[in-house]
Design a protein around this ligand. Sequence first.
Ligand code: 3HC
Length: 292
Amino acid sequence: MAQEMKTAAVIGAGQMGGGIAQVAAVSGLNTIVYDAFAGSLAKCREGHGKRLAREVEKQRMSGADVTAALGRIQYVESLEALKGADIVIEAVVEDAGVKRDLFAKLAGLFPAAGGTILASNTSSISITQIAGAVGKGGGPERVIGMHFFNPVPVMKLVEVINGLATSRETTDRVIALSQAMGKAPIPANDRPGFVSNRVLMPMINEAFYAWMEGVAEPTHIDEIMKLGCNFPMGPLRLADFIGLDTCVHIMDVLADGLNNDRYRACPLLKQLVVAGRLGDKAGRGVYEYPTK
Ligand code: 3HC
């Protein structure tokens, strides 16, 4: 029987970290959100207030439940303030070096004997590689991938990735936690892009090739895939939603990790990134988002 968790720490108050923290708090966990930037924390807190107010408006939660959920979230600017958490979920930038440095620090802050699980929300970076940063004494058996999907409060899936050293107990506890958070945990092995991005990202990349080669206009590519395949968003619109820089990054992980150039990012996709057209977050990507 997996030990029940009471406190979750989330590192990174961006779109993914903020969403994970919201879902954790709503599910009853004491939640501590850390970000090095006070501005990100303030934005995250404001987002939680707005989104949970909407839950009341839509009569999906009572005002009292929302107040209680918000009361369970602490926003902190120091990593030390995460001490005591049963699980740390890292949701920082998709950069292997940054994640490895952070996990090395976490291993120091949370000695392995304490049993705190160290999870990464990475979309494609190897869990085994991240776990390597905690060292043998740092407890690589408690390092695991917990890959959420955007928007986290809406999307049901948590892709659970075991690294080479991940223990059965860690996996069981993360599966139990994901279910307690109202999610559907599904296992995948630690191979580049896992399952989700191994399958999704080449499709998105191909949509950029279709656009670059003039097969159809972006809006037509998206409409064809929406209406023909019943996707909620077309692949180009989804790329904007995910972030074009993230798409390039994931294609790089696939191309390098699988050692196959067929996964190289489309030149047009890379060009948009170089131009700063990163998608929704930049106000412009494939499409324009004047209000963002
Ligand atoms: N946070 C919280 N809730 C959100 C949200 C957000 N960022 N964006 C939308 N929602 C909620 C809305 O509040 C709305 O709920 P409500 O009206 O009942 O309150 C509900 O989602 C539906 O939103 P809308 O009516 O505005 O719009 P849609 O019906 O078009 O749905 C969508 C929006 C849920 C984003 C839908 O278009 C969708 O499912 N798109 C595909 C998303 C997807 O594929 N995500 C996975 C990306 S891949 C990934 O994350 C992995 C990474 O590794 C790359």
